[in-house]
Design a protein around this ligand. Structure first.
Ligand code: ADP
Ligand SMILES: N[C@@H](CCOP(=O)(O)O)C(=O)O
Length: 333
């Protein structure tokens, strides 16, 4: 294992999909890469690349390090000193599952480093416990659309293959909103009428996604559990959710805990440019600058590459090959 290096490519996610609060998630074609190996210097080292990554802790309080140690502990092995490198195209604290993908990527990388003693389901249970809900970690771990439920001790899930004409447009506001803050905006109780409203929409959405009835999405992607309470944190959200279908969207939702907004679109839709303009202009009216990206559902979970032997880290002239060198052709920036 001393000479083993693992690289994991893990997808971002959009959680909730409107009505499926803490329950539904879909993996997206936006990625983070984590490289992990046992440290050769005897000290834990970090290389973090990507927007905002330099602000993350680069000591043993780092999330990736702590999650990896849990994997080793559960397997009864000790790997106290690690080399960790990470590059991410997933913006931090925007509702695209950066923390979920970091947790999933760390679990999968650490597991592969010690010969994969844990099953995917075991990693899912650990990820859910760490994140506090199964929706975004399930999507990053299994890919596609994931329906899950958690009772606080065990999580179940079913994966749905996304329709091949489904794509998404995300509008990522320039400001950050932590999941913790967005969860504090939620009430502790809701009415029976609102509960029934969401059970109906969430069930209809799962059925529509599973059966490929894309036309039902706009009726199903409605929510009374979390979006109305989070609206004040994301100016422009209400107008986007109400009017996106007028610009050709199949439906629209707050992505995860926000502030990113996501529209589901039929790849054959004619109005894509108008929809993109509508999202940007609506946020701009509120003084919010937003980046828009077209993303596809990502149909696979983490992709793992294992390299045995330290030769893989050096060129013929002895120069060190960094994670960035390896993934250069794949990254967004
Ligand atoms: N690669 C990483 N390493 C360490 N911490 C991370 C990493 N990625 C995300 N995080 C932590 O997760 C936080 C964002 O999580 P959260 O508020 O749930 O938003 P998001 O919607 O992006 O998951 C970051 O502020 C950071 O503390
Ligand atoms: N169900 C959670 C999902 C949070 O997802 P994230 O991608 O914003 O971390 C919630 O809505 O709080």
């Amino acid at each position: 294992m001393k000479d083993r290096k693992v690289i994991v490519k893990v997808p971002a996610s959009t959680a909730n999909l409107g009505p499926g609060f803490d329950t539904l998630g879909m993996a997206l074609s936006l990625y983070a890469w984590i490289e992990m190996s046992e440290s050769v210097t005897g000290e834990t080292t970090f290389q973090l690349y990507g927007d905002g990554m330099e602000g993350l802790p680069q000591d043993k309080s780092n999330l990736i390090y702590k999650v990896a140690q849990l994997v080793f502990e559960e397997a009864g092995v000790a790997v106290p000193e690690l080399h960790i490198a990470m590059y991410s195209d997933i913006p931090l604290t925007r509702g695209l599952g950066s923390s979920a993908s970091a947790i999933v990527g760390a679990l999968v990388a650490a597991n592969a480093l010690i010969g994969s003693p844990h099953s995917d389901d075991k990693l899912f249970q650990m990820a859910t416990e760490l994140e506090g809900h199964p929706d975004n970690v399930g999507a990053s771990l299994f890919g596609g659309i994931v329906v899950s439920a958690w009772d606080g001790s065990e999580a179940q899930h079913v994966r749905i293959e996304p329709h091949n004409r489904l794509e998404t447009l995300v509008a990522i506001p320039a400001f950050q909103l932590s999941t913790e803050k967005a969860r504090h905006a939620l009430p502790s109780q809701i009415s029976m009428a609102d509960a029934v409203f969401n059970v109906g929409r969430s069930s209809l959405l799962v059925a529509a996604l599973a059966s490929g009835e894309l036309g039902l999405i706009r009726h199903a992607m409605q929510d009374r559990l979390h979006q109305p309470y989070r609206a004040a944190l994301i100016p422009g959200m209400v107008e986007i959710l109400e009017r996106a279908a007028d610009f050709g969207a199949l439906g629209a939702a707050l992505s995860g805990a926000g502030p990113t907004l996501i529209a589901f679109v039929d790849t054959e839709s004619q109005g894509k440019a108008a929809l993109q303009q509508f999202l940007k202009a609506t946020l701009a009216k509120e003084g919010i600058d937003a980046e828009t990206l077209w993303l596809s559902p990502c149909t696979s979970g983490p992709v793992v590459t294992v390299e045995e032997g330290s030769a893989g880290s050096q060129t013929e002239t002895g120069e060190t090959v960094t994670l960035l060198d390896r993934i250069k052709g794949e990254i967004k920036a």
